[in-house]
Design a protein around this ligand. Structure first.
Ligand code: BG6
Ligand code: MG
Length: 221
């Protein structure tokens, strides 16, 4: 049995989490309030409309459905302006190397992201060709921590969920992976990613052999 790897995008493969934060912060500031970096952690992995709802709640602001659509569109315009200029330089440390190593070993690779902008980001950073399946915000109906995104990815890879390893930088994503019955490697800090089977700073800290060992499918030292 072979492992299959499912990667979150923002904050795992590419350094876009900071752009999301900047754009949401600008939006909150335009309405006269702010939120903390700690609060921002809770937005990671969460889809656009749900993120907006959380931010409006933090600011104690109520908006109609039409106003919310406008606000989300405005944030996305700012965000897209930032990611449109992205290059391979914004790949996070180790991501390219790990994807290459996985490809060499013919491991199945999927994207499991909440973003509706994933294709633009993958194109800008030259990653598209690595993926055997792409599941993103355009193909799921429920946001992480719901496991839908990862279950769909496993299905498209024809992989059993117990053979999948998920890479996630978001607490909501770690929860989604656990609910999907998959192993999960947290990218970040243990405090922010409880429940992860392993937490690393970035993908340069892990090899394919270590991933296989995590699954218990490879017993050699
Ligand atoms: C996730 C990010 O990957 O995608 C969230 O962690 C973001 O911060 C979500 O809100 C949706 O992204 P987008 O690009 O569709 O607004
Ligand atoms: Mg992420």
């Amino acid at each position: 049995r072979h492992i299959a790897c499912i990667f979150d995008l923002d904050g795992v493969l590419v350094d876009t989490a900071v752009y999301h934060y900047k754009a949401w912060k600008q939006l909150a500031n335009s309405m006269g309030f702010d939120f903390t970096e700690h609060q921002n952690e809770q937005l990671k992995g969460v889809n656009r409309m749900r993120s907006l709802d959380m931010i409006l709640q933090w600011g104690g602001v109520e908006k109609s459905a039409e106003e919310k659509d406008l606000l989300a569109a405005r944030k996305n315009e700012w965000y897209v302006a930032m990611i449109s200029k992205m290059t391979e330089a914004e790949l996070l440390p180790g991501s390219l190397q790990l994807l290459r190593e996985l490809k060499l070993k013919e491991t199945k690779i999927a994207l499991g992201s909440a973003s509706k902008n994933s294709s633009l980001i993958l194109e800008r950073t030259g990653l598209t060709h690595f993926f055997d399946a792409i599941v993103d915000g355009n193909s799921v109906t429920t946001s992480k921590p719901d496991p839908e995104v990862f279950l769909k990815a496993a299905e498209l890879l024809h992989a059993r969920q117990e053979d999948c390893v998920v890479f996630e930088d978001a607490a909501a994503g770690v929860q989604a992976a656990i609910s999907a019955g998959m192993k999960v490697v947290g990218i970040g800090t243990i405090e922010n990613l409880p429940g992860s089977d392993l937490v690393i700073k970035n993908l340069s800290e892990i090899t394919v052999t270590e991933i296989e060992r995590l699954k218990g499918l490879n017993t050699d030292k």
